[in-house]
Design a protein. Structure first.
Length: 419
C-alpha cells in the first residue's frame, strides 16, 4: 500500500511540475502561434549559417584594410677570412627594413570590395531569412491541413457508420437486401483506411515542422490557424518589384563583382619596396645609413587572366541582376493574379460544399424513407467528401499564393517584416 501511495504522489508531483513549466518546453509539444515560432527559430542551424556568412564577409572586409607588413633583414659580410691579411677588419653588418608601398589605389579598392561583400552577404542573409520564414509558414499550414484532413476523414467515417446503421435496420426489416449492408460495410472500411492514412500524414507534417523550427521533439499539434487568418482579404497596396529581396541580392552581387574587377585591375600596377638600413663597418668610427628602392618589372605577369576572369564574373552578375528584375516584375503581376484567383476558388468551393451538404441531407432522408437506393446515398456522401477536400485544397492554394506574394513584399505570411 505504501508503494502504491508513493507512486501516486510521484505522479501527482510530475503533473504539477508539468503544469508549472512555461510553454515551449519539452513538456508542452503544441507549436506556438506562427509569429512566436518564427521568433524562437532565430537560432536554428539554417539561420545561424546565414549569420556566419555575414560574419565571414565582415572578416574579409576587415582584412582588406590591412597594410603590407615590413620585413627586417640582417646581412653580414667578411666575418670570416684570412687573418694574416686582416680580412676580418673589413667586416660589415647591415640592419635593413623593407616596407612595401602599395601604389595605384590597391588598398582603397580592396576596402571598397570588402564593403560591397558585406552588403551582398547581408542581402543574401535577408533573402535567406525570408525564404526560411516562407518555408516555415508552409510547414505550419501543412500541419494544419493534415489535421483538417483527419477531421474530414473522421466526418466521413461517422456518416458512413450512420448510413451502415440505417442499412442494417432496413435489412432487418426486410426492406433491403443483405447485399446493401455489405456494400455499406465495405464503404466504411475504405473510409477508415483513409482516416489512418490522414493520421500518418499529420505525423509526417508535424515532424517536418519540428525539424524546420529546430525542435528536437516532434510537435503534437498547432495552436493557431493560418488558414482562418487568411480568409479575410487583405488590403494590398502598390508593390515595387525592385525592392524584392531577390533583386536586392542580385544588385548587391553585381556591385561586388564590379569592385572585384577594380581590385584585379589595380593589382596589375607594380608596387614599390622602400629600403632603409644601418651598416656597421668595423674599421669605421660610426655606422653608415643605407637606403634604396626596389621596383618589380612587369614583363611576364600583368594579371591579365585574373582581370578577364573578374570581368566575366561581372558580366554574369549583370545578367543575373537583369533576370532577377524581370522575374520580380513578372512575379508581382502573377502573384496578384494568383491571389485573386485563389480567393475566388475558395469562395466557389464554399458554395460547392454547401450544395453537397444539402444533397447528402436529402439523399439520407430519401434512403431512410425507402425512396432511393443505397448507391445514391453513397454517391452523395462521396460528393460531400470531395467537396470538403476541394475546399481544403482551395484554402491551401490561397495560403500558398499569399505566401508567394508576401515574399515579394519582403514580409512573412502574417504581415511582419523579416529582420
Amino acid at each position: 500500500m505504501n508503494g502504491k501511495h508513493g507512486r501516486q504522489r510521484t505522479l501527482a508531483l510530475i503533473g504539477t511540475l508539468a503544469a508549472l513549466l512555461p510553454a515551449g518546453t519539452a513538456w508542452s509539444q503544441t507549436a506556438p502561434p506562427f509569429a512566436q515560432l518564427l521568433r524562437q527559430a532565430r537560432d536554428t542551424p539554417r539561420v545561424t549559417a546565414l549569420d556566419a556568412d555575414v560574419a565571414r564577409a565582415e572578416g574579409l572586409a576587415l582584412q582588406a584594410r590591412a597594410r603590407p607588413n615590413p620585413s627586417l633583414s640582417v646581412d653580414a659580410e667578411n666575418f670570416i677570412g684570412d687573418r694574416s691579411r686582416n680580412a676580418t677588419d673589413q667586416q660589415q653588418t647591415t640592419f635593413q627594413i623593407d616596407q612595401p608601398l602599395e601604389l595605384g589605389g590597391k588598398r582603397s579598392a580592396r576596402i571598397a570590395a570588402g564593403e560591397a561583400g558585406i552588403v551582398a552577404a547581408q542581402a543574401r542573409g535577408l533573402d535567406g531569412r525570408l525564404a526560411y520564414a516562407t518555408e516555415l509558414a508552409r510547414a505550419y499550414a501543412g500541419a494544419e491541413i493534415a489535421e483538417r484532413r483527419i477531421g474530414v476523414a473522421q466526418s466521413q467515417v461517422d456518416e458512413a457508420g450512420e448510413d451502415l446503421a440505417v442499412a442494417r435496420a432496413l435489412v432487418g426489416a426486410g426492406k433491403e437486401a443483405r447485399l446493401r449492408q455489405l456494400q455499406a460495410e465495405t464503404e466504411l472500411n475504405t473510409i477508415q483506411a483513409e482516416l489512418e492514412t490522414a493520421r500518418a500524414q499529420q505525423t509526417v507534417a508535424l515532424a517536418r515542422l519540428s525539424a524546420l523550427a529546430g525542435v528536437p521533439t516532434s510537435f503534437t499539434g498547432i495552436s493557431e490557424s493560418l488558414l482562418d487568418r487568411l480568409k479575410a482579404k487583405p488590403v494590398i497596396g502598390p508593390i515595387d518589384p525592385m525592392q524584392a529581396t531577390t533583386v536586392r541580392v542580385a544588385e548587391a552581387e553585381r556591385e561586388a563583382a564590379a569592385r572585384a574587377v577594380t581590385v584585379q585591375q589595380r593589382l596589375a600596377i607594380p608596387n614599390v619596396t622602400a629600403q632603409v638600413g644601418v651598416r656597421q663597418l668595423r674599421v669605421a668610427s660610426g655606422p653608415a645609413i643605407v637606403a634604396g628602392i626596389a621596383v618589380p618589372l612587369p614583363f611576364f605577369d600583368r594579371n591579365r587572366g585574373n582581370v578577364a576572369a573578374a570581368r566575366a564574373d561581372l558580366q554574369g552578375a549583370e545578367a543575373r541582376a537583369a533576370t532577377a528584375r524581370l522575374d520580380a516584375e513578372t512575379g508581382v503581376r502573377a502573384g496578384l493574379a494568383l491571389v485573386e484567383a485563389a480567393d475566388q476558388r475558395a469562395a466557389a468551393a464554399e458554395r460547392t460544399l454547401a450544395t453537397a451538404n444539402e444533397g447528402y441531407r436529402l439523399a439520407r432522408l430519401a434512403y431512410e424513407a425507402g425512396k432511393s437506393p443505397l448507391i445514391e446515398l453513397i454517391a452523395a456522401r462521396r460528393s460531400l467528401g470531395l467537396a470538403r477536400g476541394t475546399l481544403l485544397d482551395a484554402e491551401a492554394g490561397r495560403l500558398d499564393a499569399r505566401a508567394n506574394l508576401a515574399r515579394l513584399q519582403g514580409l512573412t505570411i502574417t504581415g511582419e517584416p523579416v529582420q
